[in-house]
Design a protein around this ligand. Structure first.
Ligand code: ADP
Ligand code: MG
Length: 319
């Protein structure tokens, strides 16, 4: 799609559905149309490799006892995932998939599994039992992988790379809430990204606004893709230690960094950790910023966002 108006650079935009979510890639200027189409193609190709449901995907083969030589992208993503799993002490764990299946999160029939089923499936979970060797991934019997918590961030990095290769200096990529901002808006201002308020108290249901350039912004929370049984709401982010959906003092976690893959995996991991452990992780590790929204309504942000995040509410600094 191509639109143009006087004095402003040409805009190109593609809206599509991939990786189980709605995606938008919007770019401005020369080469924008080519870049946008290439970005869409890259996301669709990644989905073909990584989908847990597509019988022709590499991950499907891996999850069904086969051991194919992996494509560079799949190998890369497995390596990155296992690395982040180690750094987050398993709060992010790409091997949690058997548990996700037991809860029915992959189907329309979500339900609370028997506790015995969870206990026995936990034996099939654990990043430390998975390894890469040559071009292959080695799993123990019954183990399965899922990149639902990181693939959109990885795809956003690929899109950003494509924009840069094409010389695009202004673009905004939104892969189902995994945002990547390239350069500035065509009017020269920073890109402004609304941070959702899952409790719905904020202005227009926003907890605040982030003004950014050349970085990813990724939010995780259990308020999406959840279900309610006997009055209890269960979310799709699983605590790999318990096999139950993470349920702590956090409502949502937003991670901001140039590395979209890291943002995606970390937003999932910090959500599993809960407020205190997430704050500790932020103090002990650098290279990214966060906005933590607690269930009691309090907002906590790292220092790097002090002049980038604006909110009508009181914001505490993590330092
Ligand atoms: P969203 O997909 O809504 O953007 P996340 O990035 O937080 O949210 O990813 C959640 C998805 O990641 C789940 O749907 C599931 O496929 C997978 N997942 C759930 N729990 C974990 C976990 N602890 N570590 C890694 N992946 C997880
Ligand atoms: Mg994630």
């Amino acid at each position: 799609m191509l639109t143009s108006c006087a004095n402003s650079p040409t805009k190109s935009q593609e809206n599509f559905f991939a990786m189980d979510t709605y995606m938008t890639v919007e770019a401005y200027g020369e080469n924008a149309e080519k870049a946008v189409l290439e970005a869409k193609e890259a996301v669709v190709n990644l989905e073909k490799l990584l989908s847990v449901n597509d019988e022709n995907s590499e991950i499907y083969a891996v999850n069904h006892g086969k051991s194919p030589d992996l494509s560079e992208e799949t190998f890369d993503l497995i390596t990155l995932s296992l690395d982040i799993a180690e750094k987050t002490h398993g709060a992010f764990d790409p091997t949690v998939y058997p548990i996700t299946v037991a809860w029915g999160f992959t189907t329309d029939e979500k339900h609370v599994p028997e506790s015995g089923e969870i206990v026995s499936l936990l034996e099939k979970v654990g990043y430390e039992k998975a390894a890469v060797s040559g071009k292959k991934v080695v799993l123990q019997e019954g183990m399965k992988l899922d990149f639902g918590g990181i693939a959109k961030g990885y795809a956003s990095d690929k899109c950003a790379e494509i924009m840069r290769e094409n010389g695009v200096e202004s673009a905004i990529i939104n892969l189902g809430g995994n945002v990547y901002a390239i350069g500035k808006r065509p009017d020269g201002n920073l890109w402004r990204i609304g941070v959702a308020d899952p409790s719905g108290e904020g202005v227009e249901d926003r907890a605040g606004l982030l003004s950014v350039s050349d970085c990813a912004v990724v939010t995780s929370g259990n308020y999406q893709r959840s279900f309610t049984q006997n009055g209890i709401t269960y979310g799709h982010i699983i605590d790999p230690k318990t096999g139950y959906p993470a349920d702590n003092d956090l409502l949502s976690v937003t991670v901001v960094a140039a590395d979209g893959t890291l943002c995606d995996a970390l937003s999932t991991a910090l959500f599993v950790m809960g407020l205190e452990e997430a704050e500790k992780f932020c103090r002990e590790n650098g290279g990214f910023d966060v906005i933590l929204i607690a269930k009691d309504g309090e907002i906590y942000v790292t220092e790097g966002l002090s002049d980038k995040f604006t909110s009508e509410r009181t914001v505490h600094t993590i330092s």
